[in-house]
Design a protein around this ligand. Structure first.
Ligand SMILES: [Mn+2]
Length: 381
């Protein structure tokens, strides 16, 4: 059996600035994995499957201040990228080493948290940071033989990127045309995230609502408030601002989700299946991200895989009120002369469970504590 290609896929790393809105702390585990790949005797395609960087929640640094501007020019994206580079330098160094082997290839698939990657200036800066290797690619979809890898936001109504119109003109400047949800997130919710930096790492949200009803209701009310203003007030107040257009078709969907306190991103698999049916004949292995839950369906010779995210996330056990750290996973795909095979590999966590009530009592303290447990030092906390 001769190996033709090894493909490694992982996604939703969501690296940020090392501040309170940055949920990635597993730099050591990720670096170890990339260094492992550097030692392979054969070439590897490493596919970072979207939301590698969390540009949405990453602040912009200027005049000695952090802020979350709504209008994102390429200069602002690069400013954010520089913060991310300093906060997660170890990962960048490992990627640089990976790219040094010219037979390896590094792919950044574009996700809804790193739409900023569509800017050529951002791509250029990333290449610079990784020694200007010519084996770095930015894609919407990675394909190789019968393997199909994409982030998956295109199958989620609310976070879909408009690839036909990536930029808007605002006061003579080119700005990023993000999804309606992203504009809202960027400009209205970061102060909530800074106040409750741990809450958003806890799943499932339905269970969370059961035992933290008051707080979740408060956050939901603010969300509803924002959407009502988006409908009735902002389009008039900011008439000449193209980022406040009237998103009429979204409101029915939003109303339903808010009513059910359905905060999670929607399931993308059913839509994906409907839209991609035609490609099921050619492809056999589909890896998607976006959804931070692990999911595997392998039937009729077709595999659909969500390996889960690399953010710091927890499963809440309502009975014991324990928070159980989620393990990190990646997909290894081997293409040989006799066929294609895949494996989902889990990296064991060396993490302790937390008590939900203690965490909620002092979120900031626990954000620091868990970073320390992973031997990560947040740059800006
Ligand atoms: Mn996503």
């Amino acid at each position: 059996m001769a190996l033709e290609k090894e493909i490694i896929v992982l996604g939703d790393i969501e690296m940020g600035a090392g501040n309170l809105t940055d949920d990635f702390i597993s730099d050591n585990a990720l670096t170890e994995l990339i260094e492992e790949l550097c030692k392979r005797p054969h070439a590897v395609d490493l596919v970072l499957n979207g939301d590698t960087f969390d540009f949405l929640k990453c602040p912009y640094f200027s005049a000695n201040q952090l802020s979350y501007p709504r209008h994102i020019t390429s200069e602002i994206s690069i400013n954010k990228l520089n913060l991310i580079y300093h906060a997660h330098n170890k990962v960048f160094r490992a990627l640089k080493k990976f790219c040094k082997d010219k037979n390896n290839r590094l792919y950044f698939n574009i996700g809804n948290h790193d739409t900023d990657l569509v800017y050529h200036a951002v791509q250029k800066r990333i290449k610079e940071l990784l020694s200007n290797s010519n084996n770095i690619y930015f894609k919407q979809v990675y394909r190789y033989k019968n393997v199909h890898v994409e982030h998956g936001q295109q199958y989620d109504f609310l976070t879909k990127i408009n690839f036909d119109k990536l930029f808007l003109n605002y006061r003579g400047k080119e700005i990023l045309n993000q999804s309606f949800i992203s504009f809202g997130l960027i400009s209205r919710f970061m102060h909530m995230k800074e106040k409750h930096p741990f809450l958003e790492r806890i799943f499932p949200r339905k269970e969370l609502l059961k035992i933290q009803r008051r707080l979740i209701k408060k956050l939901t009310r603010r969300t509803v408030g924002y959407f009502i203003k988006s409908m009735l007030y902002y389009p008039l107040r900011y008439f000449y601002d193209p980022t406040y257009t009237y998103p009429r078709e979204l409101f029915r969907e939003l109303y339903i989700r808010l009513k059910n306190v359905h905060w999670d991103v929607d399931k993308v698999i059913p839509t994906f299946k409907r839209k991609k049916k035609h490609s099921f004949k050619k492809d056999r292995i589909f890896v998607l991200g976006h959804i931070h839950e692990k999911f595997v369906e392998d039937k009729d010779n077709i595999a659909l895989i969500h390996p889960g995210s690399w953010r710091d996330e927890y499963d809440l056990d309502v009975d014991t009120r324990k928070l159980i750290p989620r393990p990190k996973r990646y997909v290894q795909i081997l293409i040989t002369d006799v066929g294609t095979d895949y494996q989902i590999i889990e990296i064991p966590t060396n993490r302790t469970n937390l008590n939900f009530d203690k965490v909620i009592n002092n979120e900031l303290k626990h954000v620091k504590l868990v970073a320390k447990e992973e031997k990560f030092h947040p740059a800006l906390i």
